[in-house]
Design a protein around this ligand. Structure first.
Ligand code: G6P
Length: 368
């Protein structure tokens, strides 16, 4: 089957728009909506209740999906998680207790560093699980269990639907881990599963800010640097936003944990620096407001990605607001991935770069 762009100008936009359907497909594979429970394969070769640690390795965007998952597994399953880029992990010679769980995330299933990390963990007596899109791949073959991403082929070098689908799989696994470890109740599982079920609708709503994002991108295209800030499980989405922007627009971008603003990036802020703040309203939103104040006081132009409540309390410091639908904090990283994808996409289109085949990058990095 030859995949074509359909009516879309680029594969990247087509894949961004496929996310409601792709996630609906992925989520329905992992959760039983009628029962409000996560479905786990009967032949699961490990028991989350017996684990002391989960070790996640991946590269690029998949690594950021792993970073989001750390927040989920620690909060909902009280399971300590280590996440590292595979290229670092593989040479660190990290000590590992026997019978731990090592999880690898890869769209292609062929990334050389991720595969090497997998082989290291196998030699250390770990259970090997992988989340992959290409089920015929080497990483899939060498795993004890494969959790398929099921988002369909992804052609654009900059990953979009594979990332959000990976996060949906990870969210389902975190709920399953919480159930096996007895850290979430049935009612809580029901609520979290319901959030996953509502994701496709929420993503469709998030896509509706496309026009606003297109406008904002004209301004963003003039910047030579962009700072992305996020806190908690939205911190990896700030990293992801910066990665997407630099990959396809070649504008220098950095993602930072909001709380680290004072420890470095604040020195960069002046009127030429757009600051994208990924911050839906949550109990820590006041801290974000104070971060934004510090940015605005130095002339930095804030582009805030938030929900309606966040938009209401954001104050006058904000230059532009991109609204995402209201949702439970659990699924916010997946929802907020949409505007950061669109922001990078429209900026690239406005600048006329090769969106689907950015210079120097490859879809799958099979050599070190
Ligand atoms: C390359 C791609 C990225 C991807 C990374 C990991 O850098 O350009 O989009 O996130 O490899 O690829 P994988 O196939 O292992 O997910």
């Amino acid at each position: 089957n030859v995949v074509d762009k359909g009516n879309h100008r680029h594969f990247m936009l087509k894949e961004i728009y496929e996310q409601p359907d792709a996630l609906s497909h992925t989520v329905s594979h992992y959760v039983d909506l009628a029962k409000g429970k996560v479905k786990l394969p009967a032949d699961l070769p490990f028991d989350f209740a017996k684990l002391n640690r989960l070790t996640i390795s991946a590269c690029g965007t998949a690594y950021y999906a792993g970073l989001v998952a750390k927040y989920w597994f620690e909060k909902y399953a009280r399971l300590p998680v280590e996440v590292d880029v595979a290229s670092e992990f593989r040479y660190r010679e990290p000590p590992m207790d026997k019978d731990g769980l090592a999880l690898f995330i890869s769209q292609s299933g062929e990334t050389a560093d991720t595969l090497a990390a997998l082989r290291y963990c196998k030699a250390q007596g770990q259970h090997i699980a992988s989340i992959v899109n290409a089920q015929e791949s080497t990483i899939a073959r060498e795993s004890d269990i494969v959790f398929p991403i099921l988002c369909g082929p992804e052609i654009s070098v900059a990953s979009t639907k594979a990332t959000t689908a990976q996060m949906s799989v990870l969210a389902s696994l975190a709920i399953a881990a919480g159930r096996q470890r007895g850290t979430i109740s049935e009612a809580e599982e029901f609520e979290l599963v319901d959030m996953l079920a509502k994701l496709p609708g929420a993503i469709t709503k998030a896509l509706a800010s496309e026009k606003k994002i297109d406008q904002i991108s004209h301004e963003l295209s003039k910047a030579s640097d962009v700072l992305y800030l996020g806190r908690g499980s939205l911190f990896p989405i700030a990293l992801e936003g910066a990665l997407k922007l630099k990959e396809i627009t070649y504008i220098h971008a950095e993602g930072y944990a909001s709380g680290e603003l004072k420890h470095g990036p604040i020195a960069l802020i002046d009127e030429t620096l757009p600051v994208v703040v990924v911050a839906p309203s949550d109990p820590l939103f006041d801290k974000t407001i104070s971060n934004m104040h510090e940015v605005a006081a130095r002339g930095g132009k804030i582009i805030l990605i938030t929900d309606e409540a966040g938009a209401k309390s954001a104050g006058d410091d904000v230059h532009e607001i991109i609204i995402v639908p209201n949702a439970h904090a659990f699924v916010m990283p997946i929802i907020c991935a949409i505007p950061v994808q669109l922001l990078a996409y429209y900026t690239a289109v406005f600048m006329g770069t090769d969106v689907d085949q950015p210079r120097n990058l490859a879809k799958s990095v099979t050599v070190e």
